[in-house]
Design a protein around this ligand. Structure first.
Ligand SMILES: [Zn+2]
Ligand SMILES: [Zn+2]
Length: 800
């Protein structure tokens, strides 16, 4: 017998022994698990507690599975080598014989080929796909074998109780019953519209068997978490299409904002937007095939082998995965490293659109590989897609970069990328916003300070920015010392707190600062006013005692309520609590979180909790505002900080004479970056600024040349009263055209003046929406406009 066959035989017998070992281990694991489950004092909260012995056995089991996988792989190779040899021998022998037929059976590789070729796009798939699929199938067989052994062992089925979120209960079988079956038992329609399940609070594939008693929620597309799963699954479809079309290396598809995108590395070319329709029809073919998503849990070592063709996946495995096993999902020919969960099969995606591509970098780092990013969106029905398309159209029309140019608000120049030039009208909006907040600060007992723009790196070392943030700071040398432009105001405010001894009597100290900040954003990330290098914030820091947190947070919440309702924004509140890597005393965290909860309760608006999502230095309240297009933006910050006072050794003398008390810092910003807020407001209003913020408040139009002098006089009267007033003296334009132009330019009020108005010292008022208020005396018009400006109403044109 040939040496290969001997080796294969040896491998097969080792394999048999290994399988025996696994069988024993598996049985042992379950015996121990049952013992554990029936133990009277088992702790409910942690689910089935596993003894150290089981954990050890599980680890061994994993080890064995890995060995088994390697052995099967060797065996497979040996056997196919053997088959090739035998085939060659047969061919050799048959060469002499007449009418010899080619070998009738297809190789497994050819099967793979056939499966991955969509009907319309016949391309040669990259080699790694075949290899990868073969390994996946081997792993799957092992997995099924283990399940089969378990089932054989457990003759009497393990009955479990499944509580569905609506209150009813269903009986099922452990490791068999799936959430999909649970849904189907209630109604087939429910089963078909459910996107994903939530089992005991954890998102769960609909076809993944339940492992014990469970509470199951069935989430449809209306649910935000289900939407994320739906779009994430659609990203796999796009990934599959990208691999088939470009043969590139898939990198990752981080969750997007309404839709999905995939980053792919294609060495020798770029994705062209002309290819998007091809990708879209590939996606449609994949959807038509209703490819199931199959989940497998595999050891990291095996995965490194499975993804050896892809350096990016290997990086993720080596740098990001710290568990001994992780999951992969197969969908058609695509096998992806992924935590899941997913929809059941690609056929659940009813309509998909691949609409945009751009460049990206691995980990957003321009020093790393350049990647091609392709964007898509998908929906379970046509109506939702139509609504989405309408929204995109609307968002394009409202893009702040376009309107900013049309209204002559601001521009950017290559000679200072990421730093905006605000023209007079833009500067008016900017300053009006700051004045608004300044007035609010004053009402709420914040005092404004001015602090330096550049500091020695010693300050940044003390604050920790040097260690964690230096690559985002602009640094330069002065007198042998390294300096940096401030990316935030907090460390400077700490120096202000520390410059003299502090007593409990003066707490809380609330410092506000509109100082200019600089952050070194990569040039590829700069985008209009939403991502800039130079900006100002309505930044404030409250230094208070632990006991004052509740009251101060209540103040912050009322502050943001008052500002956001003025803008017409609704908002959502989330409390982010202690993360695993927290610093400081746990009692302090508990106390602070209790007070944050109390402030939120008293504030009275609904809020949610994000457990473990706080910063390592303190809990925070996340605020998301919703704009006119239903998009969410995070602008405000309400963040507690226990660490900065310690780093700067900030102390105050407490009521009982303790002079070593650390204050707590609350970082507060309501607008956040003024630049970014202008972009959000501009897009929210679509350029139709409310009167108080409008850089085009009044346009005066004379009916003819004889009234020009009066028109000029009126314009300057209103300007002197503090309004943005202009006059249109263009002789080449008819009166009606002038009115129309002023309306298109979004002048809130248009004053038409003729001889009659001049005689009466009056103006004839109409609005940008062509509401005609008629003749009114100048004094009365000035008073009305002053009141409208002061009230910051969103509806001045109607209320006039
Ligand atoms: Zn996935
Ligand atoms: Zn701060």
């Amino acid at each position: 017998m040939a040496a290969e066959a001997l080796a294969a035989e040896a491998v097969a017998s080792r394999l048999a022994r290994q399988e025996e070992d696994i069988r024993w281990l598996w049985a042992e694991v379950h015996r121990l698990r049952d013992e554990q489950l029936t133990a009277p004092d088992r702790c409910q909260a942690e689910g089935p507690c596993l003894t150290r012995e089981v954990a050890q056995l599980r680890a061994e089991n994993r080890e064995l599975r890995h060995r088994l996988y390697r052995l099967r792989l060797c065996l497979e190779e040996e056997l196919s080598h053997q088959a090739r040899l035998e085939g060659a021998e047969r061919a050799e022998a048959g060469r002499g014989a007449a009418g010899a037929q080619p070998p009738p059976s297809q190789s497994p590789e050819e099967d793979v080929r056939k499966e991955i070729e969509p009907d319309n796009e016949v391309k040669k798939p990259p080699n790694f796909m075949k290899e990868r699929l073969k390994l996946f199938e081997i792993l799957k067989k092992d997995h099924q074998l283990l399940l089969a052994i378990y089932e054989k062992k457990e003759d009497s089925s393990d009955v479990i109780t499944v509580r569905v979120a609506d209150g009813r209960t269903v009986k099922g079988e452990a490791w068999k019953t799936t959430p999909y079956q649970v849904a189907a038992e209630i109604s087939q329609e429910l089963a078909e519209t459910t996107v994903v399940a939530k089992v005991n609070g954890e998102l769960w594939d609909l076809d993944r068997p339940l492992e014990g008693d469970a509470t199951v929620e069935l989430l449809t597309f209306e649910d935000e978490e289900a939407q994320a799963v739906y779009w994430h699954s659609s990203a796999h479809v796009l990934g599959e299409a990208l691999e088939l079309h470009y043969g590139g290396l898939l990198c990752c598809s981080p969750p997007g904002d309404g839709g999905f995108h995939y980053d792919v590395y294609v060495e020798d070319r770029a994705v062209s937007s002309a290819e998007l329709p091809v990708l879209e029809s590939l996606c449609q073919a994949i959807i038509k095939e209703q490819q199931p998503f199959e989940r497998l849990e595999v050891s990291t070592e095996v995965l490194l082998d499975l993804f050896k063709y892809n350096k990016f996946k290997c990086r993720i495995l080596k740098e990001k995965v710290d568990t001994p096993t992780t999951t992969v999902y197969r969908c058609g020919p695509l096998v992806e490293l992924c935590k899941g969960p997913h929809i059941r099969h690609t056929g659940n995606i009813k309509i998909i659109k691949i609409f945009k591509n751009s460049l990206a970098y691995w980990e957003d780092n321009p020093e790393m590989e350049m990647l091609q990013r392709v964007y898509g969106v998908s929906f379970p029905d046509e109506q939702r897609m139509a609504a989405w398309e309408e929204l995109q159209e609307e968002a394009r029309a409202r893009d702040h970069r376009t309107i900013g140019k049309e209204q002559e608000l601001f521009f950017f120049h290559d000679l200072s990328p990421g730093s905006c030039f605000f023209l007079p009208r833009g500067a008016f909006i900017y300053n009006t916003l700051i004045d608004f907040i300044r007035e609010q600060h004053h009402q709420r007992n914040f005092t404004e300070v001015l602090s330096p723009n550049m500091y020695s790196c010693k300050l940044w070392e003390a604050s920790g920015h040097w260690q964690h943030y230096s690559e985002n700071m602009f640094t330069f040398d002065i007198d042998k010392d390294t300096f940096a432009l401030k990316p935030m105001n907090c460390p400077g405010h700490c120096l202000m707190f520390a410059h003299r001894p502090r007593s409990w009597r003066e707490m809380p100290i609330r410092l506000a600062d509109f100082g200019v900040l600089h952050r070194n954003e990569p040039s590829g990330a700069l985008s209009g006013l939403t991502r800039v290098r130079r900006f100002q914030q309505d930044d404030a820091h409250i230094f208070c005692t632990v006991g004052q947190i509740e009251e101060e947070i209540k103040g912050c919440l009322q502050f943001l309520q008052s500002v956001y309702s003025t803008f017409g924004f609704s908002f959502q509140l989330n409390l982010s609590t202690r993360p695993e890597n927290f610093l400081g005393e746990i009692e302090l965290w508990d106390e602070a979180e209790k007070q944050l909860r109390n402030s939120l309760m008293e504030f009275g608006k609904p809020w949610k909790i994000n457990p473990g999502d706080g910063a390592f230095y303190g809990p925070k309240i996340d605020i998301e505002i919703k704009d006119a297009l239903g998009r969410y933006h995070q602008c405000a910050t309400i963040q507690l900080d226990f660490q900065l006072p310690i780093r700067f050794n900030l102390t105050y003398v407490s009521k009982d004479g303790d002079d070593k008390k650390n204050p707590v810092i609350i970082h507060q910003a309501i607008l956040g970056s003024v630049e970014r807020m202008i972009a959000i407001l501009l897009e929210n209003y679509g350029g139709k600024w409310p009167f108080w913020l409008s850089p085009c408040q009044v346009m005066v139009i004379p009916v003819g040349p004889t009234c020009e002098k009066y028109a000029l006089q009126i314009s300057s009267d209103f300007f002197e009263e503090g309004f943005m007033a202009d006059v249109d003296l263009d002789h080449g334009c008819t009166l009606n055209n002038k009115i129309r132009n002023a309306q298109l330019a979004q002048y809130n009020f248009i004053f038409v003046v003729g001889e009659k108005e001049e005689t009466n010292n009056a103006v004839n008022v109409r609005t940008r929406d062509n509401k005609i208020h008629g003749e009114i005396s100048v004094t009365s018009a000035i008073n009305k406009l002053k009141n409208l400006k002061q009230s910051r109403t969103l509806n001045a044109e109607e209320e006039f």
